[in-house]
Design a protein around this ligand. Structure first.
Ligand code: SAH
Length: 392
C-alpha cells in the first residue's frame, strides 16, 4: 500500500519550528483522500521538498508527529533502532540505579512512547494512536535490548483520552509483580506499577531527592505532596530528627509507611493525610515551624490559558511554606508543568517571599534527571524545574 502524503500550507501558516516533530492541523493542507488515524504519512513542503515521516491522527490538534526528518522507512526495525540508541545513551545510568527512564518520548525521537526500567521489570506507556501500531515492535525491542524479565504495559492517562484511546493495562508475556522494589541512593522503595502515578514512581525527581542529604542532618523536615514518601525517606536516612509527610491520598500514605519500614525509619516519619494548603494554614496559625520544607505539587495547569491562576497557586502555596520555615531554613520547591515557564515560576516565588517578608538565596537549581533529556529543539521536553532556597 502506498503511504499517504500530506502537504504543508504555503506562506506563514505552513512554517514549522526547526527540527520540531509536531505539526498542527492548521499547518497542513487537507489531504486529497481521507487518511486513517494512526497511519504513517510523509510530509512535504508546497514546493515538494521532503520534510519528514511520522504518524497521523486527525482527531488530535497535533495532527502529525514526525519520527524522522530523513527519508527512511518507519517500521519495526526503526523503532528497535531508536530504542536501542536511547538505551545506549543511558549506559551510565545503569551503573548508578536500577530504576530509570530508558525512552522519553519526543526527546528520544519516539513521540508517544515512554519506557521505564524498574529492576527486572520494564513498564511502558503508549500515549498516541500512531505509536499504538508499534506496540509489538516496542515489546520486541524491550526484550531484545534490555535485561527486563517482565514487561508491563500501563497505557493510561489524559493524553490517551485526547487521542480517543482506551486504557490498556496488561502484562506482555510472563506476569511479574504489581509491587516492585527499587533502590535510589541509600533508599529503597516499593512502588505500585498498576495504580501508581506515571509508571509507578517519579523518576524525574531523583537528583533533587538525593540532594536531601545535603540539607537534612539534624533538621525537622516537612514533605508536602509526599506521594509514597520518597523525599521524606531520603531526609530520614540523612539523619533528619523528625519528618512529617503530607499527602491527600490514603493509598500513597499507606505505601509511604510501608517504605519507611523498608528503610527502618518508621520511628522518624509521621505520615499525615491532609490537604497541603490546609495543613500549612493550620501550621501558620499554631506557629508550628520546620527547618526544611519540600513543596512538590502536581501540575496546577494543564493548559497555558490557566497560567495566571496557576501562578497564583504557586505564590500562595510557597508563601505559606515560607512562613512555616525557621530562620535560615531550606525550601525545596518545584513546578512540573511545561506550561509554567521558569521565569513565571521564579517571579511567583519572589512575590511569595515578599509577601511572607522573607529573603531567598538560591542554594541549588533543580531540573528533571538526565534520563529525561531536554531537546534543545523541543521546548516541551523541559518541564520540571525547582530550587533549593535558603529562607531568611
Ligand atoms: N514528591 C513526590 C511526588 C509528588 S506527586 C515524589 O518525589 O515521589 C504529587 C502528590 O500530591 C500526589 O501523591 C497527590 O496525591 C498529592 N496531592 C495532590 N493534591 C494534594 C493536596 N491538595 N494536598 C496534599 N497532597 C496532594
Amino acid at each position: 500500500m502506498r503511504e499517504s502524503v500530506l502537504k504543508l500550507r504555503s506562506g506563514r501558516n505552513g512554517i514549522l519550528r526547526p527540527a520540531h516533530p509536531w505539526i498542527y492541523k492548521g499547518q497542513l493542507l487537507r489531504p486529497e483522500l481521507p487518511i486513517k488515524g494512526g497511519s504513517i504519512v510523509s510530509v512535504w513542503t508546497p514546493d515538494n521538498k521532503f520534510v519528514g515521516r511520522g504518524y497521523y491522527n486527525p482527531t488530535s490538534d497535533i495532527t502529525v508527529r514526525l519520527l524522522t526528518f530523513k527519508d527512511e522507512p518507519l517500521d519495526g526495525e526503526f523503532i528497535d533502532q531508536k530504542i536501542k540508541e536511547a538505551i545506549a545513551r543511558r549506559a551510565s545510568m545503569a551503573q548508578k540505579t536500577n530504576a530509570y527512564r530508558v525512552v522519553f518520548s519526543e526527546a528520544d525521537s519516539l513521540p508517544g512512547l515512554i519506557i521505564d526500567l524498574y529492576g527486572d521489570t520494564a513498564v511502558f506507556q503508549i500515549l498516541t494512536l500512531g505509536m499504538e501500531r508499534f506496540t509489538e515492535a516496542v515489546v520486541g525491542a524491550i526484550r531484545k535490548n534490555t535485561a527486563a524479565r517482565y514487561i508491563y504495559e500501563k497505557s493510561d492517562g489524559p493524553f490517551r483520552r485526547q487521542e480517543a484511546l482506551k486504557v490498556v493495562k496488561s502484562w506482555h508475556g510472563d506476569k511479574g509483580n504489581r509491587y516492585i522494589q527499587i533502590s535510589e541512593g541509600k533508599a529503597r522503595f516499593s512502588i505500585d506499577i498498576y495504580e501508581g502515578h506515571k509508571t509507578g514512581f517519579y523518576l524525574d525527581q531523583r537528583s533533587s531527592r538525593l540532594a536531601m542529604h545535603t540539607v537534612s542532618k539534624g533538621k525537622t523536615v516537612l514533605d508536602l505532596f509526599s506521594y509514597i514518601g520518597a523525599f521524606a525517606i531520603h531526609a530520614a536516612l540523612s539523619s533528619a530528627v523528625g519528618v512529617t509527610a503530607v499527602d491527600i491520598k490514603e493509598d500513597w500514605l499507606a505505601l509511604g509507611r510501608k517504605n519507611a519500614a523498608l528503610n527502618n525509619v518508621s520511628d522518624r516519619i509521621e505520615f499525615v493525610k491532609a490537604d497541603a494548603f490546609k495543613y500549612l494554614d493550620a501550621a501558620v496559625s499554631s506557629g508550628k515551624k520546620f527547618d526544611v520544607i519540600i513543596v512538590d505539587p502536581p501540575s496546577f495547569l494543564k493548559t497555558r490559558r490557566l497560567l495566571e491562576s496557576a501562578s497564583r497557586g504557586y505564590k500562595e502555596l510557597n508563601c505559606k511554606a515560607m512562613k512555616c520555615l525557621n530562620e535560615d531554613g531550606v525550601l525545596a520547591t518545584f513546578s512540573c508543568s511545561h506550561n509554567m515557564p521558569n521565569a513565571v515560576f521564579s517571579a511567583a516565588l519572589k512575590e511569595a517571599a515578599a509577601r511572607a517578608g522573607r529573603e531567598l538565596t538560591i542554594l541549588k537549581r533543580c531540573r528533571q534527571g538526565e534520563d529525561h533529556p531536554i531537546s534543545r529543539w523541543i521546548p516541551e521536553t523541559e518541564y520540571l524545574k525547582g530550587y533549593f532556597f535558603r529562607v531568611s
